[in-house]
Design a protein around this ligand. Sequence first.
Ligand SMILES: N[C@@H](CCC(=O)N[C@@H](CSC=O)C(=O)NCC(=O)O)C(=O)O
Length: 283
Amino acid sequence: MTLETVSTSKAHGGTLEVYKHASAATGTEMTFSVFVPPQAQVGEGAKLPMLFYLSGLTCTHANVTDKGEYRRLCAELGLVFVAPDTSPRGEGVADDPAGAYDFGLGAGFYVNATQAPFAAHYRMWDYIAQELPALVAAHFPVDPARMGITGHSMGGHGALTLGLTFPETFKSLSAFAPIVAPGQVPWGHKALGGYLGEDKALWRAHDATALVEDGKRPAGAILIDQGEADSFLAEQLRPHLFAQACEKAGVDLTLRMQPGYDHSYNFISTFMDDHLRWHAERL
Ligand SMILES: N[C@@H](CCC(=O)N[C@@H](CSC=O)C(=O)NCC(=O)O)C(=O)O
């Protein structure tokens, strides 16, 4: 697996790096950013804990990299932070027929699509669950036994579904304003219908609330922060559905409703430190 360096820049004693690579999962070139903290330079063969951050609709790796404000504390905690793209891109990659923001490019929903024309490249589930962890472990000073996952909105959905399905890979789990029940909200109906087809039984493997109802369990406790002034809260996010499923199943969920906060990176960056500490304590 060859990585092409896009950029590298010193920050907080560590380095912020952006790479491109040919992805076997998506059959496209994929881009991700990685922050490597200064602890990586302390000794040969350092193996550090690592956090994946999955972004939301319309994002690339750059949104959280530019606006997430994670580098200072990652440098203090010795935490590697990896931010992948949200969909395959490039020549031959299908998009929403109407160019809408909530499906297609920038909206891969962290599934392996089965429906044409998306099945050819939209394989973000395999990319995040298998290819990227192996690639990161091979190229960076990362301990593959200490990987966690978080994300925002569509990326929070990805973090929850991947964390619930692969607790042996993702040992710590949190989310910012996640889509928790895509089978019950418009964004999810459009995406899961378009990528997986209309058999709703198949959607349950990509619905965090259904996964908990169906017996999946995370490696440990889950932290979710949700802004009360989030314009998507009532129609698309509905965190109480996940909270109810977790309570019934005995899953340890801390859901913090944050008064006044919206869906933006102002909200995410405000609570980023809490999430970084949550993961560092568990990895
Ligand atoms: N363009 C849409 C809304 C797009 C939006 O709010 N995207 C969020 C994620 S939403 C769920 O996955 C985001 O993170 N945007 C990038 C950013 O830098 O803020 C609209 O106009 O309504």
